[in-house]
Design a protein around this ligand. Structure first.
Ligand code: ADP
Ligand code: MG
Length: 699
């Protein structure tokens, strides 16, 4: 690959601050900046001026079309392209783009999931420009990041509630900072999402209908080599993968995405890409784009990028780590321990807010990452369990213990902890103590939420996290604003919160059986194993009340989201079930039969030649395979019945429970028999490439 000038290409396809500053008049620029930074409403004439410059810039960079780019509840992005052309009187065309077209679009909302909102509200929807996320050019199209709402203002997308949750947190965090004598313009949450994925050869992919239909393998016996040697993690990157990564980085950099760290992951063919963190809203848009570009670039290199959480049984699945923190406009990270005890008191208060939020809204965090795909990971010994707990590390835990018990903190001078803020000790930032098994770990100056699946939009968990932390902060602000002695009240508050929410803190091995027992039986933490268990919790009163009171969702939006997510779960499994039936009936059973025929024929031929031959291999294989075909037949029929039976429910919660209790177990049983048959059948007869071929296909 030729040499690249990275600073030059970085952001070259983005209408970013540099472009705005260079192309817009000072007046227009400042007014747009105020909208971006402080949520001030945008004037029409500003929009008009921005539209003109955006259009000219886009055309200079080869764009012929524009689109409002949005994130409907399907989990992927949507776009409808319009060209800039408008007829001119002389029979030619002009390239036009107005402020109105920039600000508002009207895609047909009726084909996107709305979960009942459509019945309650109007079918039409509109998209509204989100100036806080820069416009960019992709495939000769100017893409304008937008929110997607119904005409009555109900959110039909993931961006709208995310922006609302960021506002909620901003509002409450500023109240807290005021109490510490700090008047900041805004507080924003930032996220750095680490993205895992698999790369497999396109030719192999095309031969597997399960991958084509569902993104994961529904069958497949384990290859002799999996991940047991730990030789892939951080291993040397293969040349073909390395070329892909280079190409991918270039594409992402052009789009202003801060692609930074790349390495091989634990499983064969598994890799990771992490960008440098940015504002949550932008990080979310960028992560959606990143997933799209990864898939596109992989195709260019004759490979397919699998973003499914569990493409292969028996080797690790793919997740996404949501590194999250809160920072002020002046760049102060509120989750960074300070240099003075006073700063540390502020840090501990924000820390307490997160601890309380995670404890009180464990269920919301769990359900924010719940999908049929991610259910395969959470709770298996590779990803954090479905139980949410917080890891703080030894030093912070010791400090919190000292505060809780009014004891001196051993790490520093002997200080009495009960004397108010001044006594909160200075302590060092500790980033070394990592516990990879914790779903929610403090890593020095941020929290890392590790339960996300690789294909999840990061919007969902950040909506819940921001809202829940806003709620803790609101309670603290309400209390502390009334306090006569701020420092004493602060100390008491921190102590109380830590004591009350201690049960969510866990530094041990989150993968162990003992933890699951302790978490559930002793600590009373929730263990929502599947999407069917988790999603209905969204409708619990405490969750609805909190989300509605911070104006993150309306009641109707919550109901619709629960329905859409459960529908998605049911549909996904339903497709998988039908794909299995098809593969078994059309391919696996006939293939095994072909092999049985060959074995039977061989045996009788051999025996006709000599009565000394025993044909042990042939007969024993035939006997077991024939037994297996009976089991397979029986299980495929049971699966068909379970799938058919789904049609008899009209309630989505009941349907999802039937999916969990009937369909998925039937799929598992069927798979077990087919995978065993694979081990006994000659490769020449087996209709699809094996796991070995898929996992070691890229060299
Ligand atoms: P790991 O060891 O888990 O790979 P890294 O230190 O490489 O962790 O960081 C992972 C991600 O965390 C990166 O995307 C990084 O930019 C992000 N990150 C670092 N600091 C912050 C912060 N203050 N807020 C949010 N994300 C952050
Ligand atoms: Mg990480």
């Amino acid at each position: 690959m030729e040499k690249q000038n990275v600073p030059e290409i970085f952001g070259s396809l983005v209408f970013d601050d540099r472009v705005m500053r260079a192309r817009l008049s000072d007046k227009i620029y400042n007014s747009l900046r105020k909208t971006i930074d402080e949520n001030v409403k945008l004037d029409d004439d500003v929009a008009e001026a921005v539209a003109v410059e955006m259009r000219d810039w886009a055309i200079e960079h080869g764009a012929t079309h524009f689109t409002h780019w949005f994130q409907p509840l399907t989990g992927v992005t949507a776009e409808k392209h319009d060209s800039f052309i408008t007829p001119s009187p002389d029979g030619g065309v002009l390239m036009e783009f107005s402020g109105k077209e920039l600000i508002k679009g009207e895609p047909d909302a009726s084909s996107f999931p709305s979960g009942g909102l459509r019945a309650t509200f109007e079918a039409r929807g509109y998209t509204a420009w989100d100036p806080t996320s820069y416009a960019f050019i992709k495939d000769h199209t100017l893409c304008i990041p937008t929110a997607f709402c119904s005409y009555s203002g109900e959110a039909l997308d993931k961006k709208t509630p995310l922006l609302r949750s960021m506002q909620a947190l901003d509002k409450q965090a500023k109240r807290i900072l005021k109490l510490f004598g700090k008047d900041v313009k805004y507080v924003r949450t930032s996220v750095g999402p680490e993205q895992e994925y698999f790369l497999i050869d396109k030719e192999m992919f095309d031969k597997r209908p399960d991958l084509v239909y569902t993104g994961r393998t529904l069958f497949g016996a384990m290859p002799p080599k999996g991940q047991e040697l730990d030789d892939h993690y951080f291993g040397v990157i293969k040349p073909r993968v390395s070329e892909f990564m280079e190409d991918l980085n270039t594409e992402l950099w052009k789009l202003g995405i801060l692609a930074k760290t790349e390495h091989n992951e634990v499983a064969p063919a598994q890799h990771e890409l992490a960008p440098i963190f940015s504002t949550t809203n932008v990080a979310t848009d960028n992560n959606q784009l990143m997933m799209e570009i990864m898939q596109k670039v992989a195709r260019r290199h004759g490979m397919v990028c699998l973003l499914h959480e569990k493409p292969f049984a028996g080797v690790n699945g793919s997740g996404k780590h949501n590194n999250w923190s809160m920072a002020t406009d002046t760049g102060v990270n509120l989750l960074s321990p300070g240099d003075t005890p006073y700063e540390n008191a502020q840090f501990l208060l924000f820390l307490a807010a997160v601890i309380q939020a995670v404890d009180e809204y464990q269920d919301l965090l769990r359900l924010s990452v719940a999908t049929a795909g991610n259910d395969h990971r959470l709770g298996a010994n590779e990803a954090p369990p479905a139980i949410i707990s917080v890891f703080l590390g030894d030093e912070l835990s010791a400090i919190l213990d000292a505060i809780k018990e009014d004891k001196p903190y051993a790490g520093t001078e002997k200080v009495q902890m009960k004397l108010g803020v001044d006594s909160i000790p200075h302590f060092s930032k500790d980033t070394t103590d990592r516990n990879r098994t914790s779903p929610f770990a403090f890593t020095g100056n941020k929290f890392e939420f590790r339960s996300l699946g690789s294909s999840n939009s990061i919007a969902c968990c950040n909506i819940m996290l921001n809202a829940a932390v806003a709620e803790s902060l609101k309670q603290y602000a309400d209390e502390l604003e009334k306090a006569d002695d701020f420092e004493a009240a602060l100390h008491e508050l921190i102590k109380r919160v830590i004591t009350k929410h201690e049960r969510i803190l866990f530094n041990g091995n989150g993968y162990g059986e003992e933890w699951i027992k302790e978490a559930v039986e002793v600590r009373g933490l929730s263990n929502l194993k599947t999407t069917a268990d988790a999603m209905p919790r969204l409708l619990d009163k405490k969750n609805m009340d909190m989300l509605i009171s911070h104006k993150v969702f309306t009641e109707a939006e919550i109901q619709s989201r629960c329905e859409i997510m459960l529908e998605n779960y049911c549909k996904t499994v339903n497709i998988e079930g039908h794909a299995m039936v098809e593969m078994v009936r059309k391919n696996y059973l006939p293939a095994i039969e072909g092999y049985l025929y060959s074995l039977a024929k061989t045996t009788s031929l051999m025996k006709s030649v000599s009565d000394k031959v025993k044909c042990n291999y042939e007969t024993s294989t035939m006997e077991r395979l024939s037994e297996l075909t009976d089991y397979i037949m029986d299980s495929v029929q049971k699966l068909e019945v379970a799938l058919e039976d789904l049609k008899s429910y009209d309630d989505i919660i009941a349907t999802s429970e039937a999916v969990r209790d009937k369909v998925i177990p039937a799929m598992d049983t069927l798979r077990g028999y087919v995978d065993e048959a694979e081990m006994l059948t000659s490769e020449r007869y087996w209709p699809f490439p094996s796991y070995g071929k898929l996992l070691f296909s890229v060299n």
